[in-house]
Design a protein around this ligand. Structure first.
Ligand SMILES: [Zn+2]
Length: 424
């Protein structure tokens, strides 16, 4: 079904990491779910298309959440006084075990997807739990929401406690294959992603099996890397054969290259790990709010950007309590200032332009041409009404966008589009 249209307003998008394009009172054109570009006058061939005049509102690309845990939404804002491993055992694993119940999964996931629909997020890469039925429910809800997502059934065959552990590597792989078979071809906007939780949760046998599956089905992979010093020490104990955490994934072929990979956090990185991420083009999901809440540390994002490592932002719901990627942009800027001041004064803090890039085009690249209004990009857009953020002085459009990063919430998002589909 054709759904071509034009939005008129104050259009902002990233061209490059440090170049924000601002087009005041111009037109962005959606044809077949993709941007046909931004124009000061409507070109001849698009003259017949309906034009929606957004007045003085801002029009920006939709935001990309590169790392979130849907089942953890239920306990957002709780347990923020612990570090990673304690937090997992005290709050996370007991909550995730409840998703064995389809009734509970449906109730809780409905709440998460409703929130995501209202938020600034148009695309997300999401962990479910190890339970197949619950994961399918999450995929169905996301598909119905109109959002675009990757969803992973989590693999974990060790260290999950009696209620959140698959009985064996074989059983975990069997369940993963069943999940893939039962969801194959069922969704238009939701895709599967292999999801070994992290090295401490997965035996070598399981990782080998997942690597085979990855090669066979050409699936992407998501996991966690170097979040917390205690976690890293544990990985060293569990994998005495490798010299660092990255190698614990790489030894199985689950670390970029032919295997599109997102690693969340990447805080405590050794030099040769950074080199490997660059060579293998492993995506970093930078989750600054989570990293502050669990006292994990401050990721070297400036390094990632200057090395050309693909990087985006993640909420890491619920170690991060906010679904907002505008909020993640503000957090990323603030964290980078602390790193510059306290850790390494050769690595200058992130600018607003860079943070905006990370939350749109940076993370969007994992989905293809996503996160910009340049010609050929998926038409993911937010219309932002900032008229209730009072100011006595005149502000430029760029300044207004900066204030949205710091001051906006869901109420400022009046409309939202994913690949040209209106979802809010
Ligand atoms: Zn996570």
């Amino acid at each position: 079904m054709k759904n071509d249209f034009i939005l008129k307003g104050n259009i902002c998008y990233s061209e490059t990491m440090d170049r924000l394009w601002v087009a005041e009172q111009q037109y962005v054109i959606c044809v077949d779910g993709k941007s046909a570009g931004v124009f000061s006058e409507i070109p001849e061939k698009y003259q017949g298309l309906p034009v929606k005049d957004c007045g003085d509102a801002l029009i920006v690309p939709g935001m990309v959440d590169l790392h979130a845990h849907a089942p953890q939404y239920a306990f957002r804002g709780l347990g923020m006084d612990l570090e990673l491993l304690e937090w997992l055992n005290t709050h996370t694993f007991p909550e995730e075990a409840k998703y064995a119940s389809e009734v509970y999964a449906k109730r809780a996931y409905t709440m998460y997807v409703e929130e995501l629909k209202k938020s600034d997020v148009t695309r997300a890469v999401i962990f479910a739990t190890m339970h197949v039925e619950g994961t399918k429910i999450l995929m169905e809800l996301l598909e119905d929401s109109g959002l675009s997502a990757y969803v992973g059934k989590v693999n974990m065959d060790r260290n999950g406690g009696k209620d959140l552990e698959e009985k064996s590597a074989e059983k975990s792989l069997e369940e993963t294959k069943r999940w893939l078979a039962e969801t194959d071809g069922r969704f238009q906007h939701v895709r599967p992603i292999l999801t070994p939780r992290f090295i401490p949760s997965c035996t070598d046998e399981l990782m080998r099996g997942l690597a085979e599956l990855q090669k066979e089905k050409k699936l992407p992979v998501q996991s966690h890397l170097s979040e917390n010093p205690g976690e890293i020490a544990w990985v060293k104990e569990l994998c005495p054969n490798v010299s660092n955490y990255s190698e614990a994934y790489e030894q199985f072929g689950l670390f970029g290259g032919d295997c599109p990979t997102i690693m969340a956090h990447c805080i405590w990185m050794e030099e040769d790990e950074i080199e490997k991420m660059k060579n293998n083009q492993v995506y970093v999901a930078h989750c600054p709010q989570s990293n502050m809440n669990l006292s994990s540390g401050i990721a070297p994002v400036r390094r990632f950007l200057s090395e050309g490592i693909p990087t985006g932002l993640g909420s890491d719901m619920a170690a991060g309590y906010s679904t907002s990627i505008f909020r993640a942009m503000a957090d990323a800027i603030q964290c980078s200032k602390m790193r510059w001041r306290l850790v390494d004064d050769t690595q200058k803090p992130l600018t607003v332009e860079e943070a905006f890039y990370l939350g749109t085009k940076g993370g969007g690249a994992f989905f293809g041409k996503v996160g910009s209004f340049e010609e050929g990009y998926e038409f993911d857009a937010l219309i932002l009404d900032d008229s209730n953020i009072a100011h006595p002085q005149k502000l430029t459009v760029r300044d207004r966008l900066e204030r949205m990063i710091y001051l906006s919430d869901d109420r400022h998002i009046t409309e939202k589009y994913v690949s040209g589909r209106k979802v809010k």
